[in-house]
Design a binder for this molecule. Structure first.
Ligand code: GRF
Length: 215
């Protein structure tokens, strides 16, 4: 599949928690938008506020358990989630998956099947501070600038090609919460902006990979 499409793209959002990025995407791409609209939301957490907000907005919302790796040594739980997700994604003819605070890692076959069509947002200027607690990592490192990155998902954790970043200052008296809040405001601008780049064909996975390897 290559973007732009000759019709609005169908977006799926996967979220484990609060869902403020989900909100920002839904607001940026309402049902009448010509670029895209959100056709489904899925969570591994039945109590996720994101799921309840999506239901209230009339968006098809789904839950399936996705146990942590340490509780799922054979990967069976992950497989059950991915099978359910695949059925819902196909049912809604989803073009692009947006991870927005989704706290689980997909298997290699799932990532391969959706390569170039899964986006994630991370609250740091990647490649710095991948993984958990990036704001804490940034404060510990003593950086004076941080931000957020929207990137394609690949086999690693927060390692895929970056589509767009937005920067914020880090102040000496910042706490993890104050920094997270400043970054989050930028996330709500960054995710819709990155989606516009992808959907208009200006930031394809292949082009970004090529740029990274050839300069
Ligand atoms: C955001 O900071 C996002 O970058 C990170 O998880 C947080 C999710 O927040 N991956 P929300 O659920 O979108 O409010």
């Amino acid at each position: 599949m290559t973007f732009p499409l000759d019709r609005p793209a169908n977006l799926a959002i996967f979220a484990s928690g609060r869902g403020s990025n989900m909100d920002a995407i839904v607001r940026a791409f309402p049902p009448e938008n010509s670029f895209a609209h959100v056709v489904m939301v899925m969570s591994d957490n039945a109590q996720a506020p994101a799921l309840h907000k999506a239901t209230a907005l009339g968006i098809a919302s789904y839950h399936s358990s996705f146990p942590l790796r340490k509780h799922d040594p054979t990967g069976h739980g992950r497989q059950v989630f991915e099978q359910a997700a695949t059925a819902y994604l196909c049912h809604h003819s989803v073009d692009l998956i947006c991870l927005a605070g989704f706290m689980r890692i997909f298997s290699a076959p799932f990532n391969d099947a959706w390569r170039g069509r899964i986006l994630n947002i991370h609250p740091s200027l990647l490649p710095d501070f991948k993984g958990l607690y990036p704001q804490r990592q940034a404060l510990k490192a003593g950086v004076t600038e941080s931000g957020c990155s929207v990137h394609y998902v690949d086999a690693g954790v927060d390692t895929g090609p970056v589509i767009l970043q937005r920067r914020v200052p880090v102040y000496p008296d910042d706490t993890e919460d104050s920094l997270a809040e400043r970054i989050l405001r930028e996330e709500h601008i960054a995710y819709p902006a990155a989606l516009r780049l992808v959907l208009s064909g200006q930031a394809s996975y292949q082009a970004l990979i090529r740029e990274a390897s050839c300069g």
